[in-house]
Design a protein around this ligand. Structure first.
Ligand code: HPA
Length: 271
């Protein structure tokens, strides 16, 4: 695994020359527009990158973008890998590990999620303050990669408090509501039954989605500070459950996109 990571890192270093990304960004479902705010220096399709999995979900376009966001050097994953696509957890987090080896210091993650907290509304943004991992596995299973981090990484403060505080200030200045809550990650790809939504709510989750936690676990294993935010694309409380259609999820995400873009951009600017 280390050899593959090093091979991929060397390949990318060769492609980007002296460009040194400081911040990593993973763009989730329908949130790709942040890319329009990036002064792109290099755009490399996943298919070109040795050892990279190739994204299979149509709403993700599968590129690693190196450039400047708010004048800061960033590397952006346009399209991520999900466990439900059939990748192993190691494949899902492979790009995050490569980011670290490229010198990335902080990770910013976005996703689409169903709202379990009755106070939420469709197209709200929720800063993730903690998570529950209900994925059937995690990327640290197996022999520990001692070069990356410890066997038993601490998970008592996964989501960086300073970044959360800064995000709340940005939202206040920009005059939009930013929710805070617990994200539960489930394998999918089917959405949940009403009984499952109820269960997820009872165990303490405010939002449910099918991504993020594997990448965040890998990042924290390597000691990277993490900031993550969900767009609530559909409400899952008993009185508001509707049949979910991907087009509706994308539409709800699109409505939130300007706020999401602003939040991430301003946050990167002040690091
Ligand atoms: N459940 C799981 N994942 C999701 C949902 C949901 O309701 N909405 C968006 N992603």
């Amino acid at each position: 695994m280390m050899q593959q990571l090093q091979e991929t890192t060397s390949y990318l270093q060769h492609r980007i020359g002296s460009f040194a990304p400081e911040f990593g960004i993973i763009l989730g479902t329908g949130l790709g527009a942040l890319v329009n705010d990036i002064e792109v220096e290099y755009s490399i399709s996943y298919a070109e990158i040795p050892n990279f999995p190739v994204s299979t979900v149509e709403s993700h376009s599968g590129k690693l973008i190196f450039g400047r966001l708010a004048e800061r050097p960033v590397v952006v994953m346009q399209g991520r890998f999900h466990y439900y696509e059939g990748y192993s957890m190691e494949q899902v987090v492979f790009p995050v590990r490569v980011m670290k080896l490229l010198g990335v210091k902080k990770l910013f993650v976005s996703n689409a999620a169903g709202g379990l907290n009755p106070a939420f509304n469709t197209s709200d943004l929720m800063v993730i303050t903690d998570h529950i991992n209900l994925q059937p596995s995690n990327p640290l299973i197996g022999k520990n990669l001692d070069e990356l981090g410890p066997r038993f990484p601490d998970m008592s403060d996964v989501y960086n408090e300073e970044l959360i505080r800064q995000a709340m200030v940005i939202a206040e200045d920009a005059d939009f509501d930013l929710r805070e809550g617990v994200y539960v990650s489930v394998p999918g790809p089917m959405l949940e039954t009403p009984a499952e939504y109820k269960y997820l709510s009872i165990i303490g989750a405010d939002a449910v989605g099918m991504s993020t936690v594997p990448e965040v676990i890998a990042a924290r294993h390597m000691g990277m500070p993490v900031f993550a935010v969900s767009v609530i694309t559909d409400m899952c409380t008993p009185d508001r459950i509707k049949k979910v259609v991907l087009a509706d999820i994308l539409e709800a995400a699109a409505i939130a996109e300007p706020r999401m873009t602003r939040l991430i951009k301003e946050l990167v600017r002040i690091q």
